[in-house]
Design a protein around this ligand. Sequence first.
Ligand code: G1P
Ligand code: ZN
Length: 561
Amino acid sequence: MSRVTSTKVNTTPFEGQKPGTSGLRKKVKVFQQEHYTENFIQSVLSALGDRIDGCTLVVGGDGRYLVKEVVDIIVKMAGANGVKRLIIGQHGVLSTPAVSCLIRKYQTMGGIILTASHNPGGPDGDFGIKFNCANGGPAPESVTTEIYNISTKISSYSIASDISCDIETIGTTSHSVDGRLYIVDVVDSVDDHLHLLRQIFDFDAVRRLLTGSDGNEPLRIRIDCLNGVTGPYARRVFCDELGAPHESVVHSQPLPDFGGIHPDPNLTYAKSLVDAVKQGGQGFGSAFDGDGDRNMILGEGAFFVNPSDSLAVIANNLDCIPYFKRLGVRGLARSMPTGCALDRVAAAKKLDLFEVPTGWKFFGNLMDAGRLSLCGEESFGTGSNHIREKDGIWAALAWLSIIAQRQQSVQQILEAHWDEYGRNFFTRYDYENCESGPCEKMYSELDQLVSDSSTVGREFSSGGKSYTVAKADNFCYTDPVDQSVTKNQGIRLIFSDGSRVVFRLSGTGSSGATVRLYVESYERENTKVDPQVALGPLLDIALTVSKLREHTGRQEPTVIT
Ligand code: G1P
Ligand code: ZN
């Protein structure tokens, strides 16, 4: 046991240490400023108040540039601040879902996740620090506000600089910090999450599907980890456990700069997966983001499953997953901008349906209250109450379980779903890194439009289609569990046929402003028309009403989903 003493280092506040939708995200260079990271970690630890004394915390990151250095700082500061035990993923690596799993399994006070999720990494890329609470979910607004308030007044931080810890090797080390026992556990990054997944899914059934041991042609899959954190998880799950050949999992080495890949699983940034599945003839493809909570699902010929549809299909087939058969299904939920396909499944199955603001933290309260089993977002996030984060590998396994049981292709499953419920055509346009001022002006003009009582009833036309506004507002959410109110969550124009246009400003960007435009159009019969045809008129209306091109100076979006 090493014996060390802590010191207090004087510091002054940095501006802007305000955690956004998913933690504090800035350029790596910002975190590299002297005291910057220490100030924020101290603010996180201080926000725990007395609860820090003798507590356990989990720490891990997505393998990006700076993770190891910041893990080292946390090791030294947690001990100095009275934490009794720190659980760290080997090499400092833990996916976001794995952190949530560990917090819950070992009933810790919370965890610190080092990631900027799907934002690029490397010395010129992004870094992020996110705090998750004892339920395993992202800290709610009350906690992030407290962290921020502390960061604006901070005058010193505590650190035990002499603690050294080998995070490359699994094992436990004990230290005495100012006479208090401090234990650091370096654990296998995958074991606990894998153990949980084994309890949720029928691994035997998926193994039969992937190996052909049931006498059928094996389903060939391609899993692209985009050099993010999921590589070690995907290799263990899909290859070692489920028998997929090793070449099925690609870009599976977590790299500090993701090998130059933008680790966001969508049609733009995961185009290499789209092309490979098209050429390779695999029947299933999936990609995950840097920290492993997002997923994209493809079928044969790179048939794209829109995330809002993916959520609805999983909801419609929960009986293919033993976990839900065992525990029953409480309720379903989606974030407000997410397409409404889920609502139709909820209605058919007589399940509660919750519409919450963007960001996973809003699902947590409902899950903790036992009212929510399955939820998702249009932004490639899908998950359940097995943890309190979205879970990319879980989503891929959910799909493989459905394919195994239904013995249908991805496309057949989708088409059967549309036949049953109709189709909610959905698209999202992202205008990344715009100038903030004009975007805020556009948003406030839209806010005025929806507060104007004459907007309801107005008719908009384009391309031979007309839409009448049935409801217009700036989405405001009252949490049904604790009655907390979250305002200003996005401009909505809801039309009389259920079609919708939504505008939001991103809360996760690290610089400038990102405008998100969501357009959704419902078709009961014409479910196989080209999505561009189905959505074109409404898109045109959205761009005209908002004067988006004039305000942002952008003719085209950066990313289309
Ligand atoms: C984005 C997504 C949102 C997701 C969040 C974290 O937030 O839109 O659904 O929860 O990333 O992955 P935004 O940048 O839109 O605030
Ligand atoms: Zn992520």
